[in-house]
Design a protein around this ligand. Structure first.
Ligand code: ADP
Ligand code: MG
Length: 582
């Protein structure tokens, strides 16, 4: 007897189910994607026990007539593609025709649907019941246009799989996450998710992703984000990046979309992190929400059965563009740290600081966050319209130095507080990077050369870094033994102590550490730190003015090179709020 057998459809479906249906959240994802593909504008999702006992997805999409509904639960039945050529740049979420039969093979499955062409007629629907892959009944029912799929007792007939399900809490979180991801991708659709009778997501159709982020994750998360828009060559990037000052080592959210489709890509997340280089402390993990637009033939979305992975034709280009996009998003003054009382601690029963929209509680009534289309009005708008940094620098009025360390000034939007040392560090860092890349430096020749005595390890550093030292303005010569002679030095500010700076710089390079930076960046950062004006130094008015003008001419004014802010904004709105004026 032959050992090779053709598998029955039922077994094949159960095997396919292993790829497509890993857990209740994958059922949620597949069903919601089908609703989106059907053109739904409102999708209601209910789960019980984390989806283990019930997942129900109801939509107002185009529905199916009876023949299509019966076909839909057949393997490889799809209305979305018919030839392999259609796969290139496929605009729908589904196209494999595997989800419904797979889900139906491992659950108690019920499909109710109606596809009335005319808006008025509301009957002639179909109900199909499938139990563990066996078709039980097909009935005529009356219902509105749209589709409702009910999946009960997932994996009831595959105990091995059922065993792998996690706790209700974990499965619930995964299901919410699956809906959140799609809700971020499709602003034109309203979503409601109820878990064991509790509303976890309830968001109307919105105009901006900022509104969605606020509705899904709460206002505190939204307030930490700054808008990012960038285009280069064939790729455009839009989205939001977290203010460096708010990045934490854990709890970050990274959401990537390509042509409206959510996907996972640790390398792109890393590229986005690279964009934060030297603006956040090593170990902090920033949140990013980035949506890429790219020609359909430059990206293949047909890589993974659950379709969360994509393949780019030119991965290097995509990574570089994402890094540059993030970097450009961090440049505006808007990305500076903000003083505000409204940062609530994000938390609810779901952990991972995921917050269902309607369930979070603002600290007091005045902060109550209106729901609906108005949400955007309550998000922090860009503090300055695009590219107004220069005007900002020019128009600032009085400058006040406090504690011999901070420079305060009034801006149209509030009070800007600049740390003189961090700001100068940022300025010198960018200048040093330019000089290390070949820009001329303004070294001063010394009439009386300096002589320094160094440790052997420090002498090695002098040898290794001689060119870099030269680039920023230190002309150093060996003097024999442990001594060096310094003939020229940079002049970053009037009270610059060249000897002390060079000693500290060399000691830092020899014995210190600066993680996450390459050799050039490390040199520049160390030099900038040691050469910058110190805290506690009284400044003249003209010096303060110069400092701010130079700061705003930098590539990334709001961040120093150690992951600290150079500017902290105290928004006028916050003062008005505190004093009860708003
Ligand atoms: P795929 O989405 O890959 O085509 P599925 O098994 O998920 O495969 O769905 C099979 C087919 O059933 C779809 O191509 C579509 O025609 C139809 N269908 C599924 N869900 C819905 C829905 N909510 N509304 C209308 N049609 C649907
Ligand atoms: Mg599908």
């Amino acid at each position: 007897m032959s050992k090779i057998r053709v598998l029955s459809d039922a077994v094949a479906d159960q095997i396919a189910a292993g790829e497509v249906v890993e857990r209740p959240a994958s059922v949620v994802k597949e069903l919601v994607e089908n609703s989106l593909d059907a053109g739904a504008t409102q999708i209601d999702i209910q789960i019980e026990d984390g989806g283990k006992s019930l997942v129900c997805v109801a939509d107002d999409g185009m529905g199916m007539d009876r023949d299509d509904a019966v076909m839909a639960i057949d393997r490889h039945a799809t209305s979305k593609i018919s030839t392999i050529g259609d796969l290139v740049g496929v605009p729908t979420y589904g196209f494999r025709g595997e989800a419904l039969p797979s889900i139906a093979s491992v659950s108690m499955f019920e499909l109710e649907t109606a596809a009335s062409r005319e808006a008025e007629s509301t009957d002639e629907g179909t109900r199909i019941v499938v139990r563990g892959g066996r078709l039980e009944t097909i009935d005529v029912i009356a219902r509105d246009r749209g589709t409702t799929v009910t999946v009960k007792r997932l994996f009831f007939n595959t105990p091995a799989r059922r065993k792998f399900l996690r706790t209700t809490k974990t499965e619930t979180r995964a299901a919410i996450q699956a809906v959140a991801v799609l809700a971020l991708a499709r602003l034109d659709v309203a979503f409601k998710l109820t878990s064991d009778g509790k509303v976890k997501i309830d968001t109307p159709r919105v105009a901006s992703i900022a509104d969605r982020i606020a509705a899904l994750f709460g206002r505190s998360t939204a307030e930490q984000l700054v808008p990012d828009e960038y285009a280069s060559g064939p790729i455009a990037v839009r989205g939001f990046v977290q203010r460096p000052a708010d990045a934490k080592p854990s709890g970050r959210k990274t959401h990537l979309f390509v042509n409206g489709r959510p996907f996972r890509d640790p390398f792109l997340v890393r590229a986005a992190e690279a964009g934060y280089r030297a603006t956040i402390a090593p170990g902090n993990r920033p949140s990013v929400f980035l949506s890429l637009s790219i020609d359909g033939d430059r990206v293949d979305v047909n890589v993974h059965p659950a379709k969360m992975e994509v393949r780019f034709r030119d991965r290097f280009l995509v990574e570089r563009t994402v890094e540059d996009a993030v970097r450009s998003g961090l440049a505006p003054i808007d990305a500076a740290a903000i003083v505000t009382s409204s940062y609530a601690t994000p938390q609810d029963g779901l952990g991972d600081d995921f917050r269902g929209g309607p369930t979070y509680s603002p600290r007091n009534d005045r902060e109550a966050y209106p729901r609906g289309e108005d949400q955007l009005a309550h998000l922090p708008q860009s503090l300055f319209p695009e590219n107004e940094i220069e005007t900002f620098a020019r128009n600032r009025g009085e400058l006040l130095q406090v504690f011999n360390t901070y420079v305060l000034s009034e801006t149209p939007e509030g009070i800007s507080i600049v740390d003189q040392h961090s700001a100068h560090e940022r300025i010198l860092y960018e200048k040093a990077i330019a000089e290390l890349n070949g820009a001329a430096s303004a070294a001063q020749r010394l009439l009386l050369p300096l002589t320094l005595d160094l440790e052997p390890r420090e002498l090695e550093i002098i040898d290794q870094e001689r060119e870099s030292l030269m680039a920023v303005g230190f002309e150093v010569e060996d003097f024999g033994g442990r001594s060096i002679v310094v003939h020229a030095v940079p002049n970053p500010h009037p009270r610059f102590d060249a000897r002390r700076c060079l000693e500290e710089l060399i000691a830092d390079l020899a014995f210190g550490r600066l993680d996450g930076l390459n050799r050039i960046e490390r040199f520049a950062a160390t030099y900038a730190c040691r050469a910058a004006i110190k805290a506690g130094q009284k400044l003249e008015l003209s010096e303060m003015r110069d400092l701010l003008t130079q700061l705003y001419a930098c590539e990334l004014p709001p961040h120093d090179v150690h992951g600290r802010p150079t500017i902290v904004m105290l928004p006028r709105a916050e003062l008005e709020h505190r004093f009860g004026r708003s």
